[in-house]
Design a protein around this ligand. Structure first.
Ligand code: PRP
Length: 182
């Protein structure tokens, strides 16, 4: 697995500091409020777990799985829900937790989707942002850091479902993924 990595882009220590900072901010902003984190699977898994264990106020969580319609590598630009949350969000403060925002399509859809259930508020928390890839404007209320438009994996992010367990954000060697982009 490590042999497929070209270089480490964001080290574990940097990620840990980022998560602690975000969790502290959420703990402060939502003290005394009913807080629910909604993690967008599967990429959010590691970030969500790290965020949860660093939040110091009462918090519920659920997970949701969304997927782009369309076949092959070309997305039709539509989203469908594969697995829904199992928590009631009505009257509560929802934070959508994402590992990565790319075009912004997923988050735009999910924000509208969850808002229909009558939560008190819906905000967005993302670990990594590729602003250069944005097609749908989106306000990220809580953001870890911007990343360049490179093929990154690790800390939950995958290539063909692999490399999610790498502890750091790594750039994959070009030879690993170039067949899929040609
Ligand atoms: C990735 C990422 C976001 C989405 C962002 O998920 O985790 O959910 O893409 O892309 P967008 O801003 O262009 O909508 P992916 O579909 O790769 O699934 P995964 O979370 O299971 O890896």
């Amino acid at each position: 697995m490590f042999k497929d990595v070209e270089r480490v882009l964001i080290k574990k220590e940097e990620i840990d500091l980022m998560v602690k900072r975000m969790a502290a901010q959420l703990s402060e902003d939502y003290a005394g409020k009913k807080l629910v984190l909604v993690g967008v699977m599967k990429g959010c898994l590691i970030f969500l777990a790290d965020l949860l264990r660093n939040i110091t106020i009462p918090v519920e969580f659920g997970t949701i799985t969304a997927s782009s319609y369309g076949s092959g590598t070309v997305s039709s630009g539509q989203i469908k829900i594969i697995n829904d949350i199992d928590v009631d969000i009505k009257g509560k403060h929802v934070i959508i937790v994402e590992d990565l925002v790319d075009t912004g399509l997923t988050l735009n859809y999910l924000k509208e989707f969850l808002t229909l259930r009558g939560p008190e508020s819906v905000k967005i928390c993302v670990a990594f942002d590729k602003p250069s890839r944005r097609k749908n404007p989106i306000h990220t209320d809580y953001k870890g850091m911007d990343v360049p438009n490179e093929f990154i994996v690790g800390y939950g992010l995958d290539y063909n479902e692999n490399y999610r367990n790498l502890p750091e954000i790594c750039v994959l060697k070009r030879e690993i993924y170039e067949d899929s982009i040609n």
